[in-house]
Each structure stands twice: as C-alpha cells, then as structure tokens.
Design a protein around this ligand. Structure first.
Ligand SMILES: Nc1ncnc2c1ncn2[C@@H]1O[C@H](COP(=O)(O)OP(=O)(O)OP(=O)(O)O)[C@@H](O)[C@H]1O
Ligand SMILES: [Mg+2]
Length: 362
C-alpha cells in the first residue's frame, strides 16, 4: 500500500495543498497548530471514511467555505488508484474512485489501508466501551466493506426498534420482526469481531514481550454479548436472550442488548490496564494493539497498510522508540513531529516542513 500524492482544497486550514509522498519515511515537522495533523487526518479519511478527531464533516471544511475536496493517488498491490472525497456543509458526501462516482460510500472502503497512531488513541483504554467499539468498527470496516454495511443495517434496526419501544401501541408483533432482523445482523457483526480479536489476541502477547522486554502478560479480550460458537447458534442465543429481556426493554423503552453494548478488555498480568497500569504502559498497550492491527491487515490483504504516526514518538522511552522504528522498516510511514530530530540526517526520509498551511520541502 502506497500513498503517492494528496491534494486538499478548503480542508481545515488548507486552502490548497499538493503534496507528494516518498515510499519510505515521510517526516512532517513544524510548530504547533500549523497543519501537520490535518494532513494525517486527510490521508486517514481515505482508509476509514471517518475523521479520528471529529464526528461532523462541516468541522473539517475550512472556516467560511461551503465544501472541502480531498484527492489522493495511491497504489494497492501495484494497481494505481485515484480517489476523491467532497465534503459539503449541506449535502451528502460525494466520493469518486478512478473518476467513477460511487453508489455507496462503502465502495471506497478496503481500497486504501492505513493504521493511525495518535494521541487520541488513549481514549480506547481510558474512556468507556463506545470508544473501543469505535476502534473495532473502524479497524474491521477498513478491510471488510460487508462489515461496514452490516453496521449501517444494524444501526437502522436499533433506531426503528427504539421507536417501537417508545410508542407501545400494538407493537408486540413488530417487536418480534425487529428482534429477528436484529439477531440476524448481530450474528454477522459478532462473527467479524470475534475473528478480528482472535487474531489480535494471538499476536499482542508476543509483540508486548518484544517491545517491553519484560515477562508481563498482556491480553486483549473481546466480550461478545453471547458466547461465539457459529453464526447460526449465535443468532439463536441472541433471540433467546431478547425474549428473556422483552419485559425489561419495554419498561426501559430502549434496546438494551446486542453488539451496540459490547466491550473489549485490556489486561496486564491479569489486571485491568485501565485501573492498574502506568501511563507509559497504557500507551505501550495501545501501540501494540495498533501494530497487531497492521499485521492483521497484512494477513488479510497481503500488504502492509500505510502507517500514520501523529506525534507519538516523543512520548516513548528510548528503548520503545528504537523498537518501534525498527518495526516500521520496509513500510511506508508518515510521521509528524514538532522538531526535526534525528530524521533530518536519514537518507530514506523525505522531510516536509509545514508552516501555516504551506509546505517547504527540504
Ligand atoms: N475547519 C477549519 N478551518 C480553518 N482552520 C482550521 C479548521 N480546523 C482546524 N483549523 C486550524 O488548523 C490548525 C491545526 O492544525 P493541526 O491540528 O494539523 O496542527 P498541528 O500542526 O498538528 O499542531 P500540533 O503540533 O499542535 O499538533 C489550527 O490552527 C486550527 O485553527
Ligand atoms: Mg498535531
């Protein structure tokens, strides 16, 4: 996977930007607030169709403008792609791939893969289950467009079901229909999540030993809403459970059971990381989760994703930084930092200086 070039129009603080990337290390540096993370965010949009910082498109459109346009040239297994995303204040997004308008947003999903390491990742451990589900959903959607479509379907079913639960007139039969549909899609979602976390949990233990050089046992455990066996059985179990909590849902007037309530737990030596581990250990845990995600993409897609490292190297101790830098060899990376550091001397590095939304190559 290679990002070759990005073009931004009215995106964040960029009125117009054209930037070419090297296939090895791209090191973006500049003072605070100049637009480094904005470039990373734009590249990441092509992988996840989501910003890692905001939930609404209008927040990414340059102040005072009506739309933003992002265009990217990239290579996926030696095939060249050109894609563009237009964000509007009042209209839906418009996405084109190789100059063809996509019927659905998810048509871009899976074409470009990137893994982002950013200071915001901390929320995956620190915050509540919804942040972990968000990570999970973006990670799987990125390479499984069908999972993305399942999530959309599921969200719609929950919305409709909640409407029914709020308005109780003659709803019994309707509730059965929604529960049946819900269980069907939920079983698919759980299947994808189970497979993803099976791979992740098999990989993080060893990665943790390599990064930290300790014997600490690091585990990530997915907690599905019913135990995973196979899809048919999962659907059956969900339906059974929904039947059991029917009264409760009617009383609470909202849907209280399903993949939208699931969680993932992080443990170090059997203790919950959130409550037990130090800041640095938590940061390392996230880093390892992301490295495992990159391995997952490599396994499924056959190529490493582009790695986006937004301001994270300075937070690592020397050993961890060294390990991390050895890990990123032979992969394309985009790194941001406020100072040039030792990268200014490396032959495999393209230095990009950003000053007030303008680039000066050095
Ligand atoms: N919608 C927008 N319109 C115009 N400018 C914006 C918009 N959103 C953000 N900005 C500007 O973009 C700049 C921040 O860019 P960015 O987050 O990329 O900075 P950075 O170089 O990564 O800084 P740091 O080193 O502090 O992380 C800020 O000056 C902010 O005001
Ligand atoms: Mg930044």
């Amino acid at each position: 996977m290679l990002v070759k070039k990005i073009k931004l129009e009215n995106f964040r603080n960029y009125e117009g930007l054209e930037l070419e990337f090297s296939p090895e290390i791209n090191y973006i540096y500049g003072n605070n607030g100049q637009g480094k993370t904005n470039i990373v965010e734009a590249v990441y949009m092509f992988a996840s169709l989501k910003s890692h910082r905001v939930n609404h498109d209008f927040e990414m459109i340059k102040d005072g403008c009506e739309f933003a346009r992002l265009e990217m040239d990239f290579e996926n297994k030696d095939r060249d792609f050109n894609a563009s995303i237009v964000l509007s204040k009042n209209q839906n997004r418009k996405i084109r791939v190789n100059d063809i308008k996509t019927a659905r947003n998810s048509d871009l999903i899976g074409k470009f893969n990137a893994v982002l390491f950013s200071p915001e990742d901390f929320s995956v451990i620190k915050e509540g289950p919804s942040e972990r589900r968000r990570f999970t959903d973006i990670a799987i959607s990125q390479i499984k467009p069908n999972y993305f479509n399942c999530l959309l379907k599921y969200k719609e079913i929950i919305k409709q079901k909640n409407l029914i639960l709020k308005d109780t007139s003659g709803f019994s039969a309707m509730l059965d229909i929604y529960n049946e549909n819900l269980a069907e899609v939920a079983a698919d979602i759980i299947y994808y999540r189970y497979k993803f976390y099976k791979f992740i949990s098999e990989n993080v233990g060893l990665l943790h030993k390599q990064v930290t050089l300790t014997k600490d046992k690091f585990e990530i455990i997915y907690e599905p809403c019913v135990p995973y066996t196979d899809r048919k059985n999962v659907k059956k179990e969900i339906l059974k459970k929904l039947e059991r909590i029917r009264e409760k849902e009617m009383l609470e007037r909202t849907s209280i059971f399903g993949p939208h309530r699931e969680d993932v737990s992080f443990f170090i030596n059997g203790k919950k990381i959130k409550e037990y581990a130090s800041q640095g250990q938590q940061r390392t845990a996230i880093l390892i989760l992301k490295l495992a995600q990159a391995e997952y993409i490599k396994e499924k897609v056959g190529e490493y994703p582009v790695l986006l490292l937004d301001d994270i190297l300075s937070e690592l101790d020397a050993d961890r930084r060294r390990y991390f830098l050895s890990e990123i060899r032979n992969k394309q990376v985009i790194i941001t930092s406020t100072d040039k550091g030792s990268f200014g001397r490396r032959k495999d590095t393209k230095l990009i200086h950003i000053d007030n939304a303008k680039v000066s190559d050095i």
